[in-house]
Design a protein around this ligand. Structure first.
Ligand code: F6R
Ligand code: MG
Ligand code: MG
Length: 379
């Protein structure tokens, strides 16, 4: 049975700054999807990570389907009315266009979708991150799908040993989708060369080379490409199918124990480690730290089980403590060097304006003219 999994997420307002949506806001989105999605989707799940609300939908209408996208858009519009009524901060902030035009791509909300031939048991993990951008998933995906040091399945499972195909997007190219396809393990160094720059090159999807099945879909949108100005960090979502011909759940969770440094945190302008958190966690310290949640599901005929909160296990408490230490350590150097993002990635224009003003005050110091010797002057 072919099922499409669609995740559409947006920040449409939150309590106390950019921390978390209110219960009423979350309930209004859920209620809209329940009432209006009854005949459209087989099942759905609505959750929040930090200040972002994500709608996961299982249906049979394929990717980029207008009806499904409209359902999510209208749910966010309905939620925005609640956010406004409650005086939530940033009400409707990710709804960048006034009217829905067939597909939410390019309108503000982030989208990750894949149409799959559902396995008899279809386990998958839905990841949602806040206060960071889609490149945050580059390292975990590289490790899970291309590195046997992380994923023993690449050695032990004959199907996985055939490797995976990575589709990587150049998100610096705003006019159209610019993508490249590379295969692991043959193109490993080329994949690494691109993924080392997560602000420019982002894994969009990963596919099994043994079966041709899609394993991963990542939301790759960059809000500043759409709005042309800062409107918030992209806060990506990702779907990862697990087990059998794909990495085991533990193999895709494992890289998140690194707490790698990602772009984000305060004003979307810093390098801060990514903290794996429980479902429904609000943002906090330094408008972060950038957080990622993982809801593991099984699906049967498009019906979802309840999620297992994959980062709730006590193991992750130790990871969280270490990530908090890393975060505080890099913060000690404030705005200097590696702590703050490079100029092109700063989400606010304050520094560029300041530097432009200072530029006019720079002067070129010319070397003094050499003194003329007295004899030469006389003669
Ligand atoms: C980062 C983020 C926050 C805000 C910060 C200032 O992605 O959303 O760190 O940038 O709280 O927000 P404004 O400019 O809305 O006062
Ligand atoms: Mg957010
Ligand atoms: Mg936000």
């Amino acid at each position: 049975m072919n099922i499409t999994l669609s995740v559409i997420k947006a920040d449409i307002g939150s309590i106390g700054g950019h921390l978390a949506p209110s219960e009423r806001l979350l309930a209004s989105v859920l209620d809209h999807v329940r009432r209006h999605g009854r005949d459209l989707v087989l099942d759905s799940y609505v959750s929040h990570t930090g200040d972002d609300i994500a709608i996961v939908m299982a249906h049979t209408r394929g990717e980029g389907n207008e009806t499904i996208h409209r359902l999510a858009w209208d749910a966010f519009v309905a939620g925005t009315a609640v956010a406004r009524a409650q005086g939530l901060y940033g009400a409707g902030q990710d709804l960048l266009k006034d009217a829905f035009s067939g597909n939410v791509r390019g309108m503000g909300p982030a989208v990750a979708e894949m149409e799959i031939a559902e396995r008899p048991s279809e386990p998958f993990v839905f990841f949602a991150a806040d206060k960071t951008d889609p490149g945050a998933f580059n390292l975990p995906l590289y490790l899970a799908f291309a590195d046997p040091m992380n994923t023993p399945g690449l050695l032990l499972s004959p199907k996985m040993a055939r490797g995976f195909r990575f589709v990587i997007m150049d998100v610096g190219h705003a006019d159209a989708d610019r993508v490249i396809e590379l295969v692991a393990p043959e193109d490993l160094y080329d994949i690494a060369a691109l993924l080392r720059d997560p602000e420019r090159y982002v894994v969009e999807s990963v596919w099994s080379r043994a079966t041709g099945e899609q394993a991963v879909a990542v939301a790759t949108s960059r809000l500043h490409n759409i709005a042309g100005t800062y409107t918030g960090k992209d806060d990506p979502v990702m779907l990862v199918r697990v087990q059998m011909n794909f990495p085991a759940t533990g193999e895709i969770l494992a890289p998140f124990a690194i707490g790698h440094f990602v772009a984000g945190g305060m004003r979307g302008s810093h390098h801060v480690p990514l903290m794996p958190v429980r479902l429904g966690t609000a943002t906090s310290w330094f408008d972060g730290p950038p957080l990622v949640s993982a809801a593991a599901f099984s699906m049967h005929h498009g019906r979802l089980t309840e999620p297992v909160d994959a980062f709730a296990h006590p193991f992750w408490d130790a990871v969280r403590a270490r990530v908090a230490d890393k975060a505080m350590e890099i913060r000690r150097q404030g705005f200097v060097g590696a702590a703050m993002l490079p100029m092109a990635e700063l989400e606010y224009t304050g520094i560029t304006e300041k530097l432009a003003a200072l530029d006019t005050r720079f002067t070129i110091r010319r070397p003094a003219a050499p003194a003329v010797p007295a004899a030469a002057a006389a003669g």
